[in-house]
Design a protein around this ligand. Sequence first.
Ligand code: F6R
Length: 596
Amino acid sequence: MCGIIGHAGRADRTLDVLLAGLEGLEYRGYDSAGVALANGDLDVCKREGEIEMLQRAVDPGLGGPVGIGHTRWSTHGPPSDANAHPHTDCSGDVAVVHNGIIENYDELKAKLREAGHEFDSDTDTEVVPHLIEDALAGGASPEEAFRSAVARLEGSYALAAVFAGSEALLATRSGSPLVLGVGDDAAYLASDVPAFLEYTDRVVYLEDGEFARLESGTWSVTDASGARLDKSVSRVEWDAEETAKSGYDHYMLKEIHEQPRALRKCLRGRVDELTGTVNVEALEGLEADAVQFVACGTSYHAALYGAQTLRAAGVRAQAFLASEYATSPPPISDGTLVVGITQSGETADTLAALRRAKGRGVETLALTNVVGSTAARECDRTLFIRAGPEIGVAATKTFSSQVVAANLLSASLAERGDAREVVEALRDLPGQVQEILDSSRAEEVADRFVDSDGYFFIGRGYHHPVALEGALKMKEITYRHAEGFPAGELKHGPLALVTDRTPVFAVVTGDGEEATKTVGNVKEVEARDAPVVAVTDGASEVERYADEVLSIPETHPRVAPVLANVQLQLVAYYVAAELGRSIDKPRNLAKSVTVE
Ligand code: F6R
């Protein structure tokens, strides 16, 4: 999704900060990029394509005490130089960058055209500099003009503007994130902390309806009426090292390998291994008659897992796709807790579902990775998964941490259950993940099946979400067709697609009824000549029917899905690597999806 960076400080540093900031935002996904630096004039440069295209095009001598930069992910109009941000007014004296969607832009554009304004792009954003231009022409100051333009907008936005002849950078937000960075002699603005983390870890989170002014290295925040607000500065725990690739070919591989550490951090101080009890400060006193999870994509798979875990603990629980919940919410009773699982804490669909739940008067909980994110700030409670920054678009370590956090939630609400056994298994989990990372045969398996027509993933019970997640990972980074199913469903239709060119990855652990039935399903695909890859702890007889085996250590059935999933993450990674795909930034995808 789109990204914003801004800088107010030394004139000769602005361009470097903007370009480095745009690189720091690359992971969000984009198709064009641009910068605007204000000095006596306004210098704007923007290009379709990679940031490298912009770097080549921009005059390296450009300077200015303030500047803004943007990575665009197309919503209104295709990727092009003209549609890239920043957008300017007719005179070229006002430059604006925008994340989000301005819903009434058609109407505003028509009025502005009638008044003689000319437009260069297909974007919704371009109305903003023209609205500012109108107000400036009426004698308003840049700040008054910015506020009056913003007052006419409907929709969601994070906006930043700079002006020829002014040393002020003005910004505001409504429904789209913006954060200020506080440096010693510079102030920064970004849609996401990694954009300026190299310079400072001190941040101020803007709330909807607040306005920021950055000037000569200083910052201030005011409310809609212009009254100054006393905002607190907090420190982010992430450091620049954590957001670097550290010798790995891709962020995704680095993040897969970070899982043992991420899981330890998720558990630290929250479980007592001796007594087998779970004690999470954020969940103290939490009670719920029922739980509804809302989430999207990979987080939805964690939600499916979470709902099963809670049901096993005697709590009524369901998982919903947030985009569906937001428009067609299910019935809800007073004691229901609605849990939004969202790595970024900024996914528009999940935020909409959580707001819908809040509007119905029930308690909400965010299960998220990002401190200061919108979900964390809007929900009644927040359980942080502490996975550290995830830069690769494909979620990996955050899924594992979400699953572990779901267990903490379940143990906190449990009516009954086996918390002690689960805690013991969770204690061993980081070491077992490390074992898999050290010994996995995923690269060989990927090599054997890289030329397949498609990939199927099957699993039962707790392994059903893993099957879905294995398929999602495969399709998003390899661009190959992949589907995941509950193992028993394959024969009810999808089996028609199974051939000797469609490997079936079967996740089977333990030797209970679920394993026995899944082995039966494996025999069905084997009889259709499909190659079988068993992801297994070796307890069942699945290996007898498998062409390849990806082994995982034995553990509690509730914890095994995390281990199986690590093997599937690696297979997807190595297939994509062999195909030469853009693994960290797959086509058409974005890290945090801030439109509904
Ligand atoms: C897939 C992936 C997406 C996200 C989804 C929700 O690898 O990353 O499916 O899981 O967009 O994002 P969050 O968790 O940030 O709400």
